[in-house]
Design a protein around this ligand. Structure first.
Ligand code: SF4
Length: 445
């Protein structure tokens, strides 16, 4: 860094936690190159947009961002503009053809070479493109730098997917499933623990199938067992899982591993077997519910969350009712529910029986109203109980209010004149609010 000129990086991130984690790596890489992060794009020497194509109209979001940033190059000849992530992967060279002045398009496997691409643009003024899929993904081994005092870290353990659900763009933009070597994961988490991280969230498109494609590699429950042994890591969570790959061994891990949090994000997507079949999900609602029940048998306090697609092509009123029945049976704590939106390049786009927009909208309203009631009911059941929380820091509203999370990932606000950030403490839940809890300190330290 000695003698390096500091330059400014403006980094814009869309979409999922995986993208947020990729952006942390990008920030770390450019920190090593002498860049500092700025929040005002007018000050930037380098603008990077890390895109997501899972939700509706992602390209429009990117084009409108580029409409803001590319004209700045007329006033600032040093400015380099790059687009990465899923939209970049899907559009490739077409993005540079459409958006004149766009310097760099980098795909989901090219994060580690991004600094070299930026240097190349600065040296040659030529646009750069890299959307190749690699058989191993070196960027997964980049360890992001966390600010002092950070308690929770996201650790990517695998990327890509081999499932090709009929609505999903992920296998086309993130590539085939790749599991990062377990030794590299363990080394990263050990380092994080030394730096004061207390909670890790293991990330991947389908963590349940971690290691299965690599001869001699640990499987997911075995990897969890290794993480569980790391001194200093008190809480382990993971996301996201595919119900068909949820093994008996993983269910047993909830009994055997003392740091594994009783929380499971298990996307159901639809409560109708007919629709699950059309989605290509590879499980029935009976199989799904059986796994939920077995997890509850071994770990009664476990909290479930899910993703749900409302109005998938061909979804009848009866299919929708089955989805409603299913959330009543499972009693999820949280459901991330969305209207089906066709993603170009996926099979479901060409399904003939698309559901009308107004019908999707009304079903989503009914669904979310019911799920809100279930969420509130689950939270109210916790009133009067004592919970162990890890204190994350001051609450947003400030004053003497602090916030922590239970092992099941519920947010608890409490008041205190002392700062207990980073400590585990016992609170009695006094009140359930809409999406969080209020508590009083019982014991700390
Ligand atoms: S398993 Fe998940 S990531 Fe893979 S194709 Fe299906 S929805 Fe997409």
């Amino acid at each position: 860094m000695l003698g390096m000129v500091t330059m400014n990086l403006y980094l814009e991130t869309y979409g999922c936690q995986m993208n947020v984690s990729d952006s942390q790596k990008i920030e770390t890489l450019f920190g090593e190159e002498g860049y500092q992060l700025v929040s005002d794009f007018h000050q930037a020497d380098l603008i990077i947009i890390n895109t997501c194509s899972v939700r509706e109209k992602p390209e429009q979001k990117v084009f409108s961002a580029l409409g803001r940033y590319l004209p700045l190059k007329r006033q600032n000849s040093r400015l380099v503009v790059a687009v990465g992530g899923c939209v970049a992967q899907q559009w490739g060279a077409r993005l540079q053809q459409k958006c004149s002045g766009l310097d760099i398009v980098f795909g989901t496997h090219a994060i580690d070479v991004l600094p070299a691409m930026v240097r190349e643009v600065r040296n040659t003024c030529l646009p750069q493109l890299d959307t190749a899929f690699r058989s191993a993904i070196p960027s997964l081994d980049i360890i992001p730098r966390y600010a002092a005092g950070t308690l929770t870290a996201f650790v990517t353990i695998m990327q890509g997917c081999n499932n090709y659900c009929s609505y999903c763009i992920v296998p086309y933009v993130r590539g085939r499933e790749y599991s990062r070597p377990s030794d590299s994961i363990i080394a990263e988490i050990r380092q994080l623990a030394k730096n004061g991280i207390r909670e890790v969230i293991l990330l991947g498109q389908n963590v349940n199938s971690y290691g299965l494609q690599t001869a001699g590699e640990l499987n997911f429950p075995q990897l969890l067992a290794r993480v569980n042994e790391i001194h200093g890591i008190e809480r382990i969570r993971f996301t996201t899982s595919h119900p068909k790959d949820l093994s008996d061994e993983l269910i047993a891990a909830f009994v055997e591993l003392d740091h594994l949090c009783p929380q499971f994000h298990l996307p159901l997507q639809s409560g109708s077997d007919r629709i699950l079949e059309r989605m290509g999900r590879g499980y029935s609602t009976a199989e799904y519910f059986d796994k939920v029940e077995r997890l509850r048998q071994v770990c009664p306090e476990i909290a479930f969350s899910s993703d749900m697609i409302i109005g998938f092509p061909g979804e009848s009123a009866e299919d929708f009712q089955k989805t409603v029945d299913m959330i009543r049976r499972v009693r999820y704590d949280t459901v991330y529910s969305f209207k089906y939106s066709p993603r170009p390049g996926t099979r479901a786009v060409s399904f003939p029986d698309q559901v009308e927009e107004a019908v999707k909208k009304e079903r989503l309203r009914i669904f979310q109203t019911l799920q809100d009631e279930i969420t509130s009911k689950n939270l109210r059941k916790l009133e009067g109980t004592t919970q162990e929380i890890l204190v994350n820091g001051p609450a947003k509203r400030g004053g003497d209010q602090w916030v922590g999370r239970t092992p099941t990932n519920q947010i608890v606000n409490f008041s205190s004149d002392e700062n207990f950030t980073g400590q585990t403490m016992t609170v009695r839940i006094t009140r359930a609010l809409r999406h969080s809890l209020k508590g009083d300190i019982v014991q700390h330290g």
